[in-house]
Design a protein around this ligand. Structure first.
Ligand SMILES: C[C@@](CO)(OP(=O)(O)O)[C@H](O)COP(=O)(O)OP(=O)(O)OC[C@H]1O[C@@H](n2ccc(N)nc2=O)[C@H](O)[C@@H]1O
Ligand SMILES: Nc1ncnc2c1ncn2[C@@H]1O[C@H](COP(=O)(O)OP(=O)(O)O)[C@@H](O)[C@H]1O
Length: 299
């Protein structure tokens, strides 16, 4: 079999409601994932043993050993089907690393689909989704794409209808933020406010009906007024410059601004393609992207 390439999208959480910390260390979530047209490409080619290479944006911050999420995905799939993980995985990165846009998760989902095809396994989608959930909370959505409500720790997906296209601009920061550190800062801020950070004390979060309706109607104005991210205060506390980035985008014509996931990438919803181009020009490194985007796709 010759090499196969899979294209995988980044995501933005248009709702990220964080409940309490569970005994397993994860937080209960109600999050609305939206896949955006900013892609990594994962190519799987025949090889003896497992080899990882990478090129593109932030490539010096992508691990090329067994800790790479794409490598972990290939090993997990091989183990599940009792085959050798013989593959050369090449990752072409466009999704910012540690940027809150699920780049590593995208590469894991891409590697699963690519290795499944290369090795001729014919794994059912349900099996791939179960492997995704073992690899990380965001990985099932990277496989699925489109728009979905994520519950549990984010891995339980309910697809959502999207009635139109949304124009986004993503302002990429220098350097990443660690997801566990941002969750820890969120917990610390809750305790500092005199509250609890434990799942046993906090109600389970739920989907925002107004936001789900705005997505269904394809209403950018409705979506703009409903965007929310419970991790944003923690990301801004760890990286105060993000407050200026958010203000810059609003002054440059964004309908709304929020930190993408755990950050530090900032997401701006634009009223049109032209406005997105103007907005992107307000930042040293910013990229327009459309949503929704399809999930992991074999090219
Ligand atoms: C914050 C979010 C929002 O979509 O995305 P990013 O900003 O990282 O892209 C996700 O919850 C990130 O999901 P993902 O990056 O897959 O995290 P995982 O590998 O499952 O977990 C990494 C660590 O993040 C924390 N974590 C993750 C998910 C969750 N529901 N609660 C948590 O507390 C835990 O400390 C966990 O050990
Ligand atoms: N294929 C990969 N691409 C990017 N980062 C990876 C990958 N595999 C492992 N990592 C590690 O995961 C960390 C989080 O990366 P990423 O998934 O891009 O960010 P986020 O969790 O903010 O969406 C990185 O700092 C890096 O060390």
């Amino acid at each position: 079999m010759s090499a196969v390439t899979v294209r995988v999208p980044a995501k933005v959480n248009v709702q990220l409601s964080v409940g309490g910390r569970r005994p397993d260390g994860f937080h209960d979530l109600a999050t609305v994932f939206l896949a955006v047209g900013l892609y990594d490409h994962v190519t799987a080619a025949p090889a003896e043993g497992l080899r990882i290479t990478a090129a593109g944006r932030d490539v010096d911050r992508v691990p090329l050993d067994g800790t790479n999420l794409a490598a972990r995905a290939a090993v997990a799939l091989a183990k599940r089907y009792g085959v050798e993980p013989d593959v050369h995985l090449h990752i072409d990165k466009d999704i910012p690393v540690a940027g809150g846009m699920a780049g590593g998760s995208a590469d894991a989902a891409g590697a699963l689909v690519a290795c499944d095809a290369l090795w001729g396994l014919g794994a059912p989608r349900e099996e791939l989704l179960a492997l995704c959930a073992e690899l990380g909370s965001d990985v099932p959505f990277s496989l699925a794409g489109g728009a979905a409500l994520g519950t549990g720790r984010g891995e339980i997906l309910t697809p959502l209808e999207v009635g139109g296209e949304f124009h986004w601009v993503f302002a990429v920061a220098e350097g990443g933020l660690s997801t566990p550190e941002v969750y820890r800062e969120c917990d610390r801020l809750r305790r500092a406010d005199g509250g609890s950070d434990l799942a046993s004390d906090l109600p389970a979060p739920g989907a925002d009906a107004a936001l789900v309706a705005a997505l269904r109607e394809g209403s950018a104005a409705g979506l703009a007024s409903a965007l929310s991210n419970d991790l944003q205060a923690a990301s801004v506390a760890l990286r105060p410059a993000l407050a200026d980035t958010l203000a810059t985008g609003l002054a440059a014509g964004a309908l709304a601004a929020l930190v993408s996931g755990s950050g530090p990438t900032c997401a701006f919803l634009a009223p049109s393609a032209g406005a997105a181009t103007t907005l992107a020009a307000a930042f040293p490194a910013a990229y327009p992207a459309l949503s929704p985007a399809p999930g992991a796709t074999l090219l």
